[in-house]
Design a protein around this ligand. Sequence first.
Ligand code: HEM
Length: 460
Amino acid sequence: NLEPAIRELHKQHGPILSVTFLSPRPAIFISGRANTHRALVQHGHVLASRPPAIAPFLVLTSGQHTISSAPYGPFWRSLRRNLTSGLLNPSRVPLYASARRWAIDLLTSDLMSRGNNGTAGITVVDCLQFAMFSLLTCMCFGRRLDGHCLREIEAVQRELFSSYISFQAFAFCPAITKRLFFRRWQKVLSIRRRQEELFLPLIKERKNDVTSGSTACCDHDDNLAYCYVDTLLDHKLPKDADDRKLTDSEMSQHYSGSWQTWLGSQRFQAKLLDEINGVVSCNKELVTEEDLKAMPYLKAVVLEGLRRHPPAHFLLSHAAVKETSLDGFHIPVGRSVNFSVADIALDEKTWTREREFWTDRFLNDGEGVGVDLTGSREIKMMPFGVGRRICPGLGLALLHLEYFVANMVREFQWGMVGGDGGGVVSLTEQPEFTVTMAQPLHALVTPRRVSPAMARRAVP
Ligand code: HEM
């Protein structure tokens, strides 16, 4: 449980710390809005790299050849530009409208078919993650994958996310820890193998434009004209990019929470529903992307969710491109430099009632109105990071959050397990790759109307 310890060390020793854990190389921690702005925005180009990956992540990122893990340089720039100008280009948003509708249909049907499990409620995260995997894999591979294939992809990715922290053990003397934690190391290799077994055939199918029924994984009627794999297959790396692949032998070597009333309490739901009904006519199938633009309360709910419960409590580790100094502290190349997202979001000097889920701060004259999530002027909250390594999926993520929340509130009444007004939900957090709920949410879900998705299901 690193976070409280780091916070305490900052209190005792100041905003810039160098801490030695198990790894021989100390990690640097930088706190505070102003310091973070200086480091990541004003001197953003200097701290825009990533530190050398430890053994498991070398395997899982093919030797730091992914956008998020690649060191700053032509290779990273080229891949990142390919993603932002291709799949994430705002002009392509409408291309995936049908995939988004499909994901909402899947989610609606899934929630309905689980039938509240008596009075124990539905484990919401299972349904939500499955719908989100369906949508993102569709955008990635250009096809609606079938349920079996999706479940397999979901299972391997979830295993990776939940084991992520335990893999840090290999930071210390990997030659020994690989033997000491032999099973854990085997898990790293098995996750990678399964990812290859699942993803490579899908990539090859897309490449060969297979339309026969030989691949049971695909629903051929719903091929997308454009997907992320297409952009990667067409992509040409610049000459000076380091596209060195790991050799086989290298591969085998490496191979605060509190009890709170729930956000879904009737008050939030009723206000959201009022807003949605004011914008969307009752005979319309779904809330659309266009409708979302006229929903300030929905935006406030989503922003307050990201502020109070950011999925990442720390940014991915940054590193200096060249030796540098920050406020008189020396930062060598290759050191991991870390920034706390959660502490900035809970800074009492920026936010009143900072620990409360209080949507009004993003409405009318509230302190959060017009907050700049890119942090270019100043940082008030940074759930997506700031500066050169800012999350390129920011726009898409906000769209998905608003779209899913709006449609789920419109379709269902969300109730607490445990009865009227008496229910509480544990918001105790559990660190994984992202921060998750230690006790997953169980909710009672009641349809508000016969939705088109339900009607379609009813047709044999
Ligand atoms: C609520 C949803 C999301 C949150 C909170 C989130 C947050 C983050 C954060 C905190 C980082 C690290 C920034 C840093 O190191 O300074 C990051 C990086 C990244 N995110 Fe996201 N993200 C989300 C969704 C997405 C989506 C939907 C995509 C793609 C479709 C995406 C793609 C990436 C990539 C490629 C990076 C690495 C950027 C780089 O190193 O240059 N993210 N994200």
